[in-house]
Design a binder for this molecule. Structure first.
Ligand SMILES: [Zn+2]
Length: 436
């Protein structure tokens, strides 16, 4: 009897231990967005999905063969709870030189370890390569004089030091990227930028540089902004115009005619602006052109940044700003490319109807709208004055004409400066010359 009892006890212990092993849970550690770089204090988020939760999370940073560890989150809980169910959750903690003072700028390995909150305390680790970057970036702009017209373009060169991963120019709400300066690509960069038509004239442009941890350095440069008066025009909207626009842009649409027109004029216009901003990323890191932009001939019926009041039956139903030139000539007039470049869009584009976008490099692009016919396709390299299509009335157009506009990094600018050889020499080529 005593023997059987002992045996039963032994069996119970074996089952118990087996149970502990079977029921113990790893912490199920996931790191969805490991940091590429860490600075003084860099937040890191992990996801713990194990049903027993965790006792603690620790980090180890290994650099030059030496490693330092620290516990970053500690949770004191009863460790026996093999049947407890914890909801999976995200935990955020800080790593960086504040935590491990021996770190220095350069490469390192970050290991994150979580320990399960049960009797076995299984651990799980994830290791990542990171860059330690604690030195603040530094940026110095050129000493040139920058004359900037509202809705116009300009170019600034600058030098950065430190480990910089992003740099450029910020003008109000717009940021313009930078490229290595061809004459000194190792040490200097430049940004082509614009003072957008809708930025207040007291906006102060500056160059910026950020390091991988997001720390930003800024520098100002000499500039003078010239305000520009923009026109306001009333545009009479007839039922016939709305019908023809709706038939072209949304032939299967239903509902109130004015409401449909306002949807196209507001929502679709806004979507098209976002599409143009996305296209601005498809740019060559060099000038693709070496002559001034060609001012396409014809009557200029609307100017850059004309404010338009849309009048219907004597009442204003909408207002929008016209960000280009409307050029009218004979119907189905051949449209020449304004300059050498690469076609990055030749398709419908909402209010612009059949539209071509040509990239000229360094974020500079030309846009041609309302075409009746395409003579180029996406990917084509085109030469200045090469026919790219025929004018028409597609999209939001009241008659056969070309809508022509230009953008820098997705910000539409007045093309007038780019038609002027002297301006291009002074403002652009003196700093970033055309290819030979
Ligand atoms: Zn237009």
């Amino acid at each position: 009897m005593k023997y059987i009892l002992l045996l039963a006890l032994a069996a119970l212990i074996v089952v118990g231990i087996a149970g502990v092993f079977l029921l113990a849970q790893p912490p199920h550690l996931e790191v969805k967005a490991p940091p590429a770089a860490i600075g003084e204090i860099t937040p890191v988020s992990v996801h713990i999905a194990g049903t027993h939760g965790f006792q603690n999370i620790s980090v180890t940073l290994e650099q030059d063969g030496k490693s330092s560890s620290a516990v970053v989150v500690e949770e004191h809980k009863h460790r026996l709870g093999l049947f407890r169910r914890e909801t999976p959750r995200d935990v955020t903690f800080n790593v960086g030189r504040k935590l491990i003072p021996s770190l220095h700028d350069g490469k390192a390995q970050l290991t994150i370890t979580a320990k399960a909150n049960d009797i076995l305390g299984k651990t799980e680790s994830k290791t990542f390569d990171v860059t330690v970057s604690t030195a603040p970036p530094h940026v110095v702009a050129d000493g040139a004089q920058h004359y900037i017209f509202q809705a116009g373009s300009e170019l600034v060169t600058f030098a950065t030091t430190g480990y910089v991963t992003d740099s450029g120019v910020q003008v109000g709400t717009h940021r313009f990227r930078s490229f290595p300066l061809p004459s000194d690509p190792e040490h200097e960069r430049f940004s082509l930028f614009a003072m957008a038509w809708d930025q207040p004239v007291n906006t102060q442009p500056f160059v910026y540089a950020t390091n991988p941890t997001g720390a930003m350095a800024k520098a100002t440069f000499w500039y003078k902004i010239f305000p520009k008066e923009f026109r306001t025009r009333d545009l009479d909207i007839s039922d016939k115009f709305m019908q023809s626009v709706e038939n072209d842009m949304e032939p299967n649409g239903t509902g109130d005619q004015v409401a449909r027109f306002l949807h196209l004029n507001r929502d679709v216009r806004q979507q098209n602006t976002a599409q143009l901003v996305a296209l601005s990323l498809e740019t060559a890191p060099r000038w693709l052109w070496h002559e001034p932009f060609f001012a396409i001939l014809g009557a200029r019926e609307a100017m850059f940044a004309d404010k338009r009041n849309y009048m219907y039956q004597g009442k204003k139903i909408d207002e929008q700003v016209h960000l280009g030139f409307d050029i009218a000539g004979t119907a189905h007039m051949t449209i020449p490319a304004a300059n050498d470049g690469r076609v990055i869009w030749a398709d419908r584009l909402g209010i612009y109807g059949n539209c071509v976008v040509i990239d000229h490099g360094y974020g500079l692009q030309t846009i041609y709208g309302h075409m009746s016919e395409f003579l180029v396709k996406k990917g084509d390299m085109v030469k200045r004055l090469q026919p790219i299509g025929k004018t028409g009335q597609t999209g939001m157009a009241g008659g056969d004409h070309l809508h022509f506009s230009m953008q820098i990094d997705g910000v539409q600018v007045n093309p007038i400066e780019w038609w002027d050889e002297h301006w291009i020499h002074d403002r652009i080529w003196s700093k970033v010359p055309p290819p030979k």
